[in-house]
Design a binder for this molecule. Structure first.
Ligand SMILES: Nc1nc2c(ncn2[C@@H]2O[C@H](COP(=O)(O)OP(=O)(O)OP(=O)(O)O)[C@@H](O)[C@H]2O)c(=O)[nH]1
Length: 272
């Protein structure tokens, strides 16, 4: 079964760092992994991509083209539209075997996932090549310690999940940077449901309606069990293993192999 992790999240949330940490982890497990850099504006990253989209098109090239007049954001959208129409260029460079496992390191512009159709088209193309796709939404752990920011992060992640139509795992990055007491706070938070977490929103009289709205959103998130987060401490091997196990389960990695192993050997009809 072909598996694909689509790594998305705001700029600086830790997408490329995650890819390089997982690249090393896969190597230590002797598991094959191909990484696609899908960010035409990427500057540097600490892994060796199997496919680098900048070899096809880069934002710098587009901005230098005198026939195309646009700013950096328009340049990125132009590149992404071009990529979505030239996906075969990526396909040709992937091994694409039955056990292919691919990570796609995406740009951080959130509008690509919320209201533009481009990423959905790219995901649909990967699905048409029989990849099981799981979206990983990276959230900087520093931003979830306040209930208001937690709600905002949850809604952004949900809007991406709904528009991309894939299974999803929300990853809290940079846990190693948190002081011990904040780390404990985040770990406790992950054990709680959203309604408990937003109890602390500012409900001074002038914020009453805002607090009520936050509580209503939290209760919907709990009712549908749709927003779950996993903390990742890049410096802790166990944390990396736990996350990969969860993603593999979500993405159904290796399930066809297990089914194959479970197929009974030819049965002798004379045998009882
Ligand atoms: N200590 C620590 N630093 C991290 C971690 N993840 C990311 N960083 C740092 O945060 C900064 C941004 O990380 P990136 O991995 O480049 O983030 P990105 O989401 O790929 O950023 P864009 O490509 O701009 O969208 C870099 O300086 C990283 O070194 C982490 O888990 N721990």
């Amino acid at each position: 079964m072909k598996c694909l992790q689509l790594i998305i999240g705001p700029a600086g949330s830790g997408k490329s760092t995650y890819c390089s940490v997982m690249f090393d982890h896969f190597q230590s497990l002797h598991r094959p992994l191909e990484i696609v850099n899908l960010d035409p504006a990427a500057e540097t990253f600490n892994y060796t991509p199997s496919v680098d989209i900048r070899d096809l098109i880069s934002v710098d090239d587009v901005l230098e083209d005198e026939d195309i007049i646009m700013g950096p954001n328009g340049g990125l959208v132009f590149c992404m539209e071009y990529i979505s129409k030239n996906m075969e260029w990526i396909h040709d460079q992937l091994t694409d075997g039955d056990d292919a496992y691919v990570m796609v390191d995406c740009p951080g512009q959130i509008e690509l996932y919320s209201h533009l159709p481009i990423m959905k088209e790219i995901v649909t193309t990967f699905k048409s090549w029989d990849y099981n796709v799981c979206t990983l939404f990276m959230i900087d752990a520093h931003f979830v310690l306040e209930p208001e920011k937690l709600i905002a992060g949850a809604l952004t992640a949900l809007s991406s999940m709904i528009s991309l139509e894939t299974s999803a795992v929300n990853v809290l990055t940079k846990m190693d940077q948190l002081p011990r007491e904040s780390k404990k706070e985040v770990e406790d938070m992950l054990e709680s449901d959203c309604s408990q977490l937003v109890n602390g929103v500012n409900d001074e009289p002038w914020n009453e309606r805002h607090a009520a709205l936050s509580r209503a959103i939290a209760s919907v998130l709990d009712d549908y069990s749709m927003f779950k987060m996993v903390a990742l401490d890049n410096t802790d091997e166990e944390s990396i293993e736990d996350l990969l196990l969860m993603i593999d389960t979500t993405i159904q990695y290796g399930e066809d192999a297990e089914v194959h192993d479970r197929i009974p050997k030819e049965v002798d009809p004379n045998e009882e």
